[in-house]
Design a protein around this ligand. Structure first.
Ligand code: ADP
Ligand code: ZN
Length: 652
């Protein structure tokens, strides 16, 4: 193998590669198509800059931002590497120089904006200049699922196909796509739409080992405000909230506790926003309580703590925001205050937001498209809820989400790993009883049935389960407590949950060893005690979410709309309507998956809403609702009535 470190040292002055960089450089050198997913700032550019120095021909780099191109070209200039950029802000002279140098084959790297490929002069140039690698930076711009869709990126596949290879071989030059956006939809789009051929996919650099992750369940807003000042303490901190009102409330709470803090959000006057931003950047202001509007260009390396008082809409957003902690490599913490009620705010923002979103560049606002996007955002939110509810290692949960192979469980530096202990005799007994219950029931049931059996709730059970020895074995425990133990045992790898809609529980090999008493040292994070119930409170706290159609794990939620909504609140909805709406949504996802169609093809949102508010009791009632034609009535009528009836019987 060639020694790349000395080349790195000689041209870039770095003594060693960062995680993933060397593998990336080698993959690009090798000549296969490459898709590299690495976070911003992790040193992706080296992945094409270093090979560009070693390969015959010019490396063409498509980049959407002129400022980014200029920075890189300036940086390469300083290092004595010949590079140029072609974009609309160039003077005629400068453009002439760049074109000439490119034609002469003088350039190691040529940066271009995607619009360039519409110009005949430029495509003519491409036919003359042999291209070593066709590099596409910020490759997620090709995807409508990404956040900065650029229609020009759709042309790049053909553009690459029209290039000549630097090594003189037939076919187009190898394509290397780079992005920091990791969702499966975006990745699939990149591969499909840019025409990557069996790409070597490299995911790296997502782990931030110096950030300690934790999730703190809270009962509601009062508890959040009680713990906030303690979490901030004397540290430099960013506090993120889902709405402007909540950001201001958090700042108010901190100020009342004698901590100098300011709110920051898009609703402030420009002057105030600038003041807060500059005060934080200079270090004069120690704490900022912000919506996601804050962060762009905030480069203080010494942020000690990032605290989220509300759940974010996605794991990506969460990771990007907590990534602002500990940039200097010193220990930092990321804390999520977790209350299930906040999910409603997020759902509300998703359902509301999209219709109001102005037309994107070059994208028609097609209702089917809006429905697809909403559905995607709901799915992203569910993944974030799964993080908040995770019983296993939090870091491994996030890294697995991004597909980063660095995920190693347990990490030893997250709240759940900290809480891992060897179970005492009483807890071990309880876990063994749970495992044995699952085994006795034939490993064919989901969590809800198993819990009902263990607490002896025979009405909810088929006879076969009611008569088992395990039935009623844990009758003195609260059902919720057992649910949590089951989750914890899943996190510890003793119980497996099937991937289908039934979410059947079964035992793993280690789980069997524990049940049979072959393994006595059981290490896991026991469930967190639920926050004390303050008076009459709707069900919140650590809760598993999506109702499963297989067993209708329905649960009524707060009938009050969540506090602090930025838009007009919808009128209060009844507990039943909320429950029905949730149940329908879960059911619809299942139906869509079974038929491999998008959910809106099953039923539109407005139809779900109409059903949730009408609560139909008969096919007759259902027939009159918008979006319910004879075909839908025939296909889904019974299912829908069954769901509605099930929720009503639960919620009264
Ligand atoms: P990205 O494109 O992933 O956002 P960059 O490629 O711009 O990140 O790199 C971010 C910074 O890291 C740059 O200042 C770069 O010089 C530096 N860097 C990259 N690789 C290394 C390395 N192996 N050792 C030290 N610094 C590096
Ligand atoms: Zn961990």
């Amino acid at each position: 193998m060639i020694d790349l470190v000395s080349t790195l040292q000689r041209h870039f002055g770095h003594g060693s590669f960062r995680t993933g960089q060397e593998a990336l450089v080698r993959a690009v050198l090798e000549g296969r198509d490459v898709l590299a997913v690495m976070p911003t700032g992790s040193g992706k550019s080296l992945g094409f800059q270093l090979p560009a120095l070693m390969l015959p021909g010019t490396t063409l780099v498509v980049s959407p931002l002129i400022s980014l191109m200029k920075d890189q070209v300036d940086d390469l200039d300083r290092r004595g590497i010949r590079a140029a950029a072609l974009h609309s802000m160039l003077s005629a002279d400068a453009r002439g120089d760049a074109l000439r140098a490119a034609r002469l084959g003088d350039l190691r790297l040529l940066y271009v904006a995607p619009e360039r490929f519409a110009s005949d002069q430029f495509t003519q140039l491409l036919r003359e200049v042999p291209i070593a690698r066709f590099v596409i930076d910020e490759a997620h711009c090709v995807s409508e699922w990404g956040h900065d869709f650029r229609p020009d990126y759709r042309r790049l596949r053909d553009a690459a196909a029209a290039c000549r290879r630097g090594d003189g071989r037939a076919g187009r030059p190898p394509v290397a796509a780079f992005t920091a956006t990791a969702t499966p939809e975006v990745r699939d789009d990149i591969v499909d739409l840019l025409g990557l051929a069996r790409p070597h996919v490299i995911v790296a650099g997502f782990d931030r080992p110096n950030i300690h992750l934790r999730v703190v369940p809270v009962a509601g807003d009062n508890e959040k405000h009680r713990v906030l000042a303690g979490l901030v303490g004397s540290r430099r901190a960013l506090v993120y909230a889902s709405t402007r009102k909540k950001a201001e409330a958090a700042a108010g709470t901190l100020q009342a506790a004698g901590i100098e803090a300011a709110a920051y959000h898009a609703g402030l006057e420009d002057a105030e926003r600038t003041r807060v931003q500059e005060a934080f950047a200079s270090g004069a202001m120690r704490v900022v309580c912000a919506t996601n509007a804050f962060g762009m260009g905030i480069d203080r390396p010494d942020v000690d703590a990032v605290i989220h008082v509300d759940i974010t809409g996605s794991v990506e957003a969460y990771y990007q925001e907590i990534g602002r902690a500990g940039r200097d490599g010193r220990d930092a913490t990321a804390t999520l205050l977790w209350n299930y009620a906040d999910v409603r705010t997020r759902e509300f923002l998703i359902d509301r937001g999209r219709e109001e979103q102005p037309e994107r560049q070059g994208m028609a606002v097609d209702p089917a498209d809006i429905a697809r996007r909403k559905d995607l955002e709901h799915r992203k939110l569910r993944r974030m809820v799964a993080y908040a509810d995770a019983t296993g290692c939090l870091r491994a949960t996030i890294l697995r989400y991004f597909g980063d192979p660095a995920a190693r469980e347990p990490c030893g530096a997250c709240g759940n790993c900290d809480r891992r202990t060897t179970l005492g005799a009483a807890d071990l007994d309880l876990v063994r009883t749970v495992l044995s219950g699952i085994a006795q029931a034939g490993e064919r049931y989901g969590r809800r049935k198993i819990v009902a059996m263990l607490v002896g709730d025979v009405e909810a059970l088929p006879d076969a389960l009611a008569s088992l020895p395990a039935s009623g074995a844990l009758r003195e425990e609260r059902p919720r407590t057992i649910e949590h133990w089951i989750d914890a045992a899943c996190g510890a790898g003793l119980i497996r949950v099937s991937g289908d809609q039934y979410r059947t529980l079964s035992l793993t090999a280690p789980g069997r060893d524990v049940m049979d008493g072959r393994a006595l040292d059981v290490s896991m994070a026991p469930p967190v005690a639920l926050p004390a119930k303050g008076g009459r409170r709707a069900s919140t706290g650590r809760r598993l979410v999506a109702p499963r159609t297989g067993e209708l794990g329905l649960r009524a939620r707060a009938s009050r709309p969540p506090a602090g909504q930025p838009h007009d609140s919808p009128g209060p909805r009844s507990v039943s309507s909320v429950g029905v709406s949730d149940a329908l949504r879960a059911w619809r996802i299942e139906q869509a998956r079974r038929r491999s169609v998008p959910p809106y093809v099953i039923l539109h949102d407005r139809t779900l809403d109409a059903i949730a508010s009408a609560l139909p009791a008969s096919l007759e009632d259902l027939r009159g609702l918008p979006g319910i034609g004879p075909a839908k009535l025939d296909a889904f009528g019974d299912d829908i009535l069954g769901l509605v009836a099930a929720v009503l019987s639960k919620t009264g």
